[in-house]
Design a protein around this ligand. Structure first.
Ligand SMILES: Cc1cc2nc3c(=O)[nH]c(=O)nc-3n(C[C@H](O)[C@H](O)[C@H](O)COP(=O)(O)OP(=O)(O)OC[C@H]3O[C@@H](n4cnc5c(N)ncnc54)[C@H](O)[C@@H]3O)c2cc1C
Length: 108
């Protein structure tokens, strides 16, 4: 029996722990937290100037270049309730999360 097992199943890690029968004996637990990530066409100057990763805890978003796009994600501010989902059965539709992220980045 291996002395150490690393569970690297990402959003499914909780199920793997349950399959292995160790879920109740671990010091940490995991759960899949759904996030919507916004991709917008970046202004040319944003890419040309090599902007890096910026996180703004006041507006609750982070942003970084992704190819020619501007990626906007969440910094998980306290005002946003966590969207905990079943990793095998969740909506991939965009909701107001996406719009909110973009508005927050625009404030910045
Ligand atoms: C659009 C987007 C942008 C992102 N940008 C960033 C960023 O800028 N910076 C950053 O740090 N993070 C970013 N992330 C998050 C980052 O991608 C994840 O945090 C990271 O991939 C998690 O890695 P992981 O190895 O823990 O899990 P995963 O990458 O989810 O890997 C888990 C693996 O386990 C496998 N698996 C699950 N169950 C089983 C099973 N029963 N048997 C066998 N295999 C199984 C899955 O198939 C998968 O390959 C971004 C994510 C997205 C979607």
């Amino acid at each position: 029996m291996a002395p150490i097992v690393v569970n690297a199943a990402g959003p499914h890690s909780r199920q793997i722990n349950e399959l292995a029968g160790v879920a109740g004996s671990l010091q940490t637990t995991t759960q899949p937290h759904r996030h919507e990530v916004a991709y917008l066409s970046a202004p040319a100057a944003y890419i040309d100037h090599g902007n890096g990763f910026v996180i703004d805890l006041d507006t609750g978003v982070y942003q970084r270049p992704d190819g020619k796009d501007l990626l906007i994600g969440s910094a998980d501010p306290d005002c946003d309730p966590p969207d905990i989902v079943d990793p095998d059965d969740y909506s991939s539709e965009l909701t107001e999360q996406w719009t909110l992220r973009v508005y927050r980045a625009a404030q910045r």
